[in-house]
Ligand binder design. Structure first.
Ligand SMILES: Cc1cc2nc3c(=O)[nH]c(=O)nc-3n(C[C@H](O)[C@H](O)[C@H](O)COP(=O)(O)O)c2cc1C
Length: 185
């Protein structure tokens, strides 16, 4: 096994290596208006029920929309939506209809008012389980109440954000199922 010679690294850039992925698009709805934001800071924190934790900064219009509606949809874009992912993450739903501007199609969800995004590989309908579990950080915990995934189960080419305008695209899948007798991991 290779050993790495390391050097001191700026802690502000650690995100470039520990950034979770994939980048998702969060759709929300409130008082008849829908919005979308790009999100890279999230993690799964339970699978039965399926719990999803994320960071939504207070400065985002989506913050108010999800706080008020207590619902959202987490949509999984593929690499061909890179331009939309960047654009949606660099403008505000306070003054922009992002579905119209970025040519995306809202679809009716089954359990929540927020729309699914038809162009995304998967969409997960969420209800708020816990807002601000820590008062110092704008964290949200969502329960995924309904999941929609593309019929073609080819592993999607997802986008993973490394900060400062750099993305990675997910690569080769390695199947090691025989080494996982306990299927829950
Ligand atoms: C690749 C990428 C990842 C982002 N990740 C997050 C995130 O995890 N949390 C967050 O609060 N904002 C994140 N943003 C910023 C929001 O998407 C951005 O502020 C957006 O304009 C918010 O839209 P809104 O004001 O309509 O809600 C990200 C932006 C980009 C481009």
């Amino acid at each position: 096994m290779k050993k790495y010679r390391k050097e001191r690294f700026d802690t502000a850039n650690v995100r470039s290596l520990l950034e979770p992925g994939p980048v998702v698009l969060v759709s929300s709805a409130w008082e008849g208006r829908a919005n979308i934001m790009t999100m890279g800071w999230h993690m799964m924190i339970g699978f039965k029920p399926a719990l999803f934790g994320c960071y939504i900064d207070e400065s985002n219009h989506s913050y108010d929309m999800v706080r008020r509606s207590r619902e959202c949809v987490i949509n999984l874009p593929t690499a061909d939506l890179l331009e939309q992912v960047i654009g949606i993450g660099n403008c505000s739903g306070a003054d922009t209809d992002k579905f119209a501007l970025f040519g995306l199609t809202p679809e009716k969800a089954g359990e929540v008012a927020a729309p699914l995004i038809a162009e995304c590989y998967a969409s997960f309908e969420c209800r708020l389980a816990d807002a601000h579990p820590n008062p110092n950080h704008p964290l949200f915990v969502w329960e995924i109440v309904r999941a929609h995934v593309a019929k073609s189960r080819t592993p999607p080419k997802t986008l993973h954000y490394r900060g400062n305008g750099r993305f990675m695209i997910s690569g080769r899948e390695i199947d090691t199922r025989q080494q996982f007798p306990n299927q829950t991991k």
